[in-house]
Design a protein around this ligand. Structure first.
Ligand code: GLY
Ligand code: MN
Length: 464
C-alpha cells in the first residue's frame, strides 16, 4: 500500500472538480469458478484501489461531495471468518490506514443510498462491469440493468480519468517493477524457445515468474505460432522450425500495476529471409514510433506514422502498391495491422477501459475514427507527461480477412492480392514496449529493454 497521504490526496483532488451529490465506489467480491467457495483469484476494482487502497473483497465507499464526509462500508470479521482466514485488523484500522475516519457495516450501504435517493440527491457511480455490482446498483438505484452504463456519471468518469491517467512518481516506480517482471518472463521464454516444446510449457513458466514476483500476469498470456489471431489463447501447438511465435504478456505487481510486452521469435531460433523482411518493417515502426513520443503530439499521429512505415515497407516488398501516405489515408495498411498502436496502462493493462475507451483515449477535440483499423485505436488524444502507453505495431496475414477484401475489392488499388497467397501460412508479428511520457520526450519502462532487432533476437536465442 502507498502512504495514507497518497490516497487522501487523490480523494481531495477528485472532489475539487465535483461539488454535489454522493460519489459511490464499489469494490469487487469473490467470484466462484465452479462453485461459490472455489474462487478465481481475487482482483479488487482498480478505481477502488486507486482511491481507497484496500485490497480485499466486499467493500464499498462513498464520498459526500457537499460535506466531504468519507465512509468505507465493510464488515469486521466474525469468529467463523477467523477460523478459516485467520485474524484480521478491524475495519476502522484498515480505513484509518488510507485516511478514512468513518466505517459502517456493509449492510448499511443500501439504506444509506436509499436515504440519499429519497432526498433527491444525485448518486454518481461508475460503469459497472461485474454482474454482482450491476445487481447491487439496480437494487439501490432502481435503474434497469440495460441502462446502468448510460446512466453512469460522466462527471465522475472524467474526474477519475484525469487523475489516474497521469502517473505519480510512486506509481511509475511500481510500473518499472511490473516492466522488470515482464522482462524476466519474456527473457526466460526467449531462452527456452526451441523446436519440439509445446506452447503451454512456455506459458506455464512465464505465468509462474509473474506469480513469484507479483500477483499474476496482467492479462491471460497470448502465446501462439498462429500470431495472426491477435489474441490467441490456445497453447497446444508444438514449436516447429520455420514458424513465428508471438508472445504477448505482462505482469501485475503486488500493488496491481501492469506491464505489457510483445516479442515475436522464430520457433527454430533463426528467421527465414521472408520473416526477417517483415520483422524488420515492424521493428522499424516500433522504434520510430517510440522516437516520436513526446508531450503535445497526438497518439493518432504516431499511430498513422507507424502505419506509413508499414505501408512503405510492404510497398517495397511488392505486397502493397501505390503511395504509402494515400494507402494509410484510405486505411489499406489496416489489412495487415487491424489494431491500434497502443493503449494507456496503469492499474489495468488497458487502463480504465471499464470507464469507457473514449473517455480514456479521446476527448472533446480528438474524436474516435470509424474507419476499419483506425477505429480500433484505443488512445488517439494528445500525449501529456505522466501518460504511460504501449507501442505495439504489428503485421499479420489473416487469410479470411485477405479473402474478404479481395472478394469485395476493398482497397484493391493498394494491395497485391495475388502475392499475398504466398503468406497465408506466415502468421503474424507484433512488437510491444511500454513507454512513459516525460516532460520533454519519453522513456521506456523497466531497467532493460528486451532484444528487439532481428539480429539481437537471434543472438539472444542462440547464446546459451
Ligand atoms: N497486449 C494485449 C493487448 O494490448 O490487448
Ligand atoms: Mn498491449
Amino acid at each position: 500500500m502507498f502512504t495514507t497521504e497518497v490516497y487522501a490526496n487523490r480523494r481531495k483532488r477528485l472532489l475539487s472538480g465535483i461539488r454535489s451529490g454522493l460519489l459511490l465506489f464499489t469494490g469487487n467480491s469473490e467470484v466462484g469458478m465452479n462453485y461459490p467457495s472455489n474462487t478465481y483469484r481475487f482482483r479488487q476494482d482498480s478505481t477502488f484501489l486507486y482511491f481507497f487502497g484496500l485490497d480485499e473483497p466486499d467493500l464499498a465507499a462513498i464520498i459526500d461531495a457537499e460535506s466531504g464526509e468519507e465512509i468505507i462500508f465493510g464488515n469486521d470479521v466474525s469468529i467463523d471468518d477467523i477460523i478459516w482466514m485467520g485474524p484480521q485488523p478491524a475495519m476502522a484500522d484498515k480505513a484509518a490506514r488510507v485516511g478514512v475516519k468513518k466505517v459502517m457495516p456493509y449492510s448499511n450501504l443500501e439504506d444509506y443510498i436509499a436515504k440519499a435517493v429519497t432526498l433527491g440527491r444525485k448518486v454518481h457511480y461508475l460503469p459497472p462491469y461485474r454482474d454482482n455490482t450491476k445487481i447491487l446498483l439496480n437494487r439501490m438505484l432502481g435503474i434497469p440493468f440495460g441502462e446502468l452504463k448510460q446512466n453512469a456519471s460522466e462527471q465522475f468518469i472524467k474526474g477519475v480519468v484525469a487523475l489516474r491517467e497521469i502517473k505519480e512518481a510512486v506509481e511509475i516506480a511500481e510500473m518499472d517493477k511490473a516492466a522488470d517482471i515482464g522482462y524476466a518472463m519474456h527473457y526466460t521464454a526467449m531462452k527456452m524457445v526451441k523446436t519440439g516444446i509445446i506452447e503451454q510449457e512456455l506459458v506455464g513458466i512465464m505465468e509462474g515468474i509473474s506469480i513469484s514476483n507479483g500477483t499474476m500476469p496482467s492479462f491471460p498470456i497470448i502465446l501462439s505460432q498462429n500470431g495472426e489471431t491477435l489474441h490467441n489463447h490456445s497453447h497446444h501447438q508444438v514449436l516447429t522450425d520455420g514458424r513465428l511465435l508471438v508472445i504477448d504478456a505482462g505482469a501485475e505487481t503486488n500493488m496491481h500495476y501492469a506491464s505489457d510486452f510483445t516479442r515475436t521469435l522464430p520457433s527454430g531460433g533463426k528467421f527465414t529471409g521472408k520473416q526477417r523482411d517483415i520483422y524488420t518493417i515492424v521493428s522499424t515502426a516500433n522504434n520510430m514510433a517510440i522516437d516520436m513520443i513526446r508531450p503535445g503530439i497526438t497518439y493518432r499521429e504516431v499511430h498513422l506514422a507507424a502505419g506509413k512505415i508499414l505501408a512503405q515497407g510492404l510497398i517495397n516488398l511488392g505486397l502493397m502498391k501505390g503511395n504509402a501516405e494515400e494507402a494509410v489515408a484510405a486505411g489499406a495498411h489496416a489489412l495487415f495491422m487491424p489494431h491500434g498502436l497502443g493503449h494507456q496502462m496503469g492499474l489495468d493493462v488497458h487502463d480504465m477501459e471499464d470507464l469507457g475507451e473514449n473517455f480514456v483515449g479521446y476527448d472533446d477535440v480528438h474524436i474516435r475514427a470509424t474507419q476499419f483499423g483506425l477505429r480500433s485505436l484505443r488512445m488517439g488524444k494528445e500525449l501529456k507527461p505522466g501518460h504511460v502507453i504501449t507501442v505495439e505495431p504489428g503485421c499479420y496475414f489473416i487469410p479470411a480477412l485477405i479473402e474478404k477484401w479481395k472478394s469485395e475489392n476493398i482497397n484493391s488499388s493498394f494491395i497485391n492480392f495475388e502475392i499475398l497467397k504466398d503468406y497465408y501460412n506466415f502468421g503474424g508479428i507484433r512488437l510491444e514496449d511500454d513507454v512513459l511520457v516525460t516532460d520533454k520526450g519519453c522513456r521506456l519502462l523497466g531497467a532493460k529493454r528486451l532484444p528487439v532487432t532481428a539480429d539481437d533476437v537471434e543472438c539472444e536465442m542462440n547464446d546459451n
